[in-house]
Write a protein that binds this ligand. Structure first.
Ligand SMILES: [Zn+2]
Length: 506
């Protein structure tokens, strides 16, 4: 890997008037000294006069390969609902030789023309076609008769609206295009200043990312969740299934990923009491206790951590109970996490802190959810993505994008936590008392997120002795950056190599 001397840089966080030379040997930060006095012995020199050097980002929760697949799908998100027919009808002639269309991004309310039976509508617009349209949070979908039949479901009495496990069943059956190239996915991260990412992709991405990153080729430390169903399948088939990798590995898989509930947007987040606009509905408890207990016992036996999807306040409390159960059996401190942690009952926070559970949150969900949080959860919206309260309760927080559900731009995620404004930095702050400082949100995307993502100790700092995963930006004041474009990202260094300079795909 060799040595680098970066000359004349500003160090973030730090004094904007101070200039330093930064020496890096074999991918490790070795020394900061005053500008002009750096040791150039055997080092390549890069003059970065007056530019900021910052730790690179981690994304603690996204769907990496699916994000690229998503970008190729039909996008319904910016479309008035009444235009779905026109969009689908126009799409057909473009798809020569295909009779399949996958899209995403619709939200409630559904347009009149789709009701009461979206399946009939889709069948009428594209007769005989396999149509699968995810909603914006990917927990519900509109499907055609052919899509239902592919999953072995009789379409004749079916509305064509599938949710949660049924949606996944049909999704698995409609036949996905091949997984995108892992190298394209890693470049996509590096262009956002991200050098470490935890992905919860479909099972077949594990093999691809493990293979393609076996010798750090991707320049990004990849962490993966093992889907619960896949874990159980291996064990039920008589195999054994252990976690993979260590802190310094380029690929590691420490978690079993479990879904405990659905989402706010699909009214399937599991709540302790009913939805304000649907009082009889408590959401969905996706996993019966008996089968969860089995998974928890097996996870503990094989030494896995848990990453449990929990959005509603009931799901968050229950997720913590299972994490406690697993930690007691396992006896080792691993990064057990609740994914999303979108709503909580304040009564539960003390127990969650005692367990040692990490809150893996996506403040950027405030952009999409701010309109429906109050109407669906009423006063409980005060505890929605309430980062400040969770932090003050002593629960470790880490942040991620949940891409492609939200933008993968780390700066936007930080802005959401700091301002709680809308995507454009406008509107009224959503429960402004829950805003956190820029410094704090930045650490939740860097140094404070190292343990939670099984990264080397010191990762995300610029301290001597730590891994030199860093980014160089041209912005005047990093703490005022709102989005990637403001940051003016110039280059990213990871594992001793510059990742953006001299690249055509930049
Ligand atoms: Zn997710």
């Amino acid at each position: 890997m060799g040595a680098w001397l970066l000359q004349g840089v500003k160090r973030f966080p730090g004094d904007p008037d101070a200039r330093y030379d930064l020496r890096i040997d074999d991918g490790v930060i070795t020394r900061w000294c005053n500008a002009g006095s750096g040791d150039t012995t055997d080092a390549q020199v890069r003059d970065l006069d007056g530019l900021w050097v910052l730790p690179a980002f981690v994304d603690s929760h996204l769907h990496l390969l699916y994000s690229l697949e998503h970008a190729r799908q039909l996008d319904l998100s910016q479309l008035p609902p009444e235009s779905v027919r026109a969009l689908l009808a126009n799409h057909a002639p473009e798809s020569v030789g295909e009779s399949r269309v996958v899209g995403h991004g619709w939200k409630d309310p559904l347009s009149e023309q789709l009701l009461p039976d979206p399946r009939r509508f889709l069948d009428a617009v594209l007769p005989g076609w396999t149509v699968f349209l995810w909603n914006s949070d990917h927990h519900r979908a509109l499907v055609s008769s052919a899509a239902l039949q592919a999953a072995g479901i009789d379409p004749s009495q079916h509305s064509g609206v599938v949710t949660e496990e049924d949606a996944e069943l049909v999704w698995a059956a409609v036949g996905q295009p091949p997984l995108e190239d892992a190298h394209a996915a890693s470049r996509w991260l590096l262009r956002r200043g991200i050098t470490a990412a935890t992905t919860f992709d479909r099972g077949d991405s594990i093999e691809l990312l493990r293979r393609e990153n076996s010798e750090d080729q991707l320049g990004v430390r990849i962490r993966h969740g093992m889907p619960e169903s896949q874990f159980l399948e291996v064990l039920d088939g008589g195999g054994s299934c252990f976690p993979e990798g260590k802190e310094d590995s380029s690929f590691a898989m420490p978690w079993i990923k479990i879904f405990l509930d659905g989402t706010l947007g699909s009214r399937t987040a599991w709540m302790k009491s009913g939805y304000d606009d649907d009082p009889g509905n408590l959401g969905v408890e996706r996993r019966p206790a008996a089968s969860l207990e089995r998974t928890a016992r097996l996870a503990a036996r094989y030494g896995w951590a848990l990453a449990i999807h929990a959005i509603g306040d009931a799901a968050v409390a229950e997720a913590n109970r299972w994490i406690q159960f697993t930690r007691d059996l396992r006896g080792t401190d691993l990064p057990d996490r609740i994914e999303h942690f979108q709503c909580f009952d304040p009564e539960d926070l003390a127990a969650i802190r005692r367990t040692g559970t990490i809150a893996s949150m996506q403040p950027c969900h405030l952009f999409q959810d701010r309109q429906i949080l109050r109407s669906r959860w009423g006063s409980r919206a005060a505890h929605a993505l309430a980062l400040k309260s969770i932090d003050e309760a002593g629960i470790p927080v880490v942040m991620g994008s949940d891409a492609p559900i939200e933008s993968a731009d780390p700066w936007l995620d930080i802005a959401a936590a700091v301002t709680r404004l809308d995507r454009n930095g406008e509107g009224e702050a959503f429960y402004p008392q829950q805003r956190v400082s820029f410094e704090k949100a930045f650490r939740w995307r860097t140094s404070s997120a190292a343990f939670a993502n099984m990264l080397p100790s010191g990762w995300g700092t610029l301290d001597p002795g730590s891994v030199a995963d860093l980014q160089v930006i041209g912005a005047e004041d990093p703490s005022r950056v709102r989005c990637l474009a403001d940051a003016r990202l110039i280059d990213v260094l990871s594992m001793g190599e510059w990742r953006l300079s001299n690249r055509e795909d930049r």
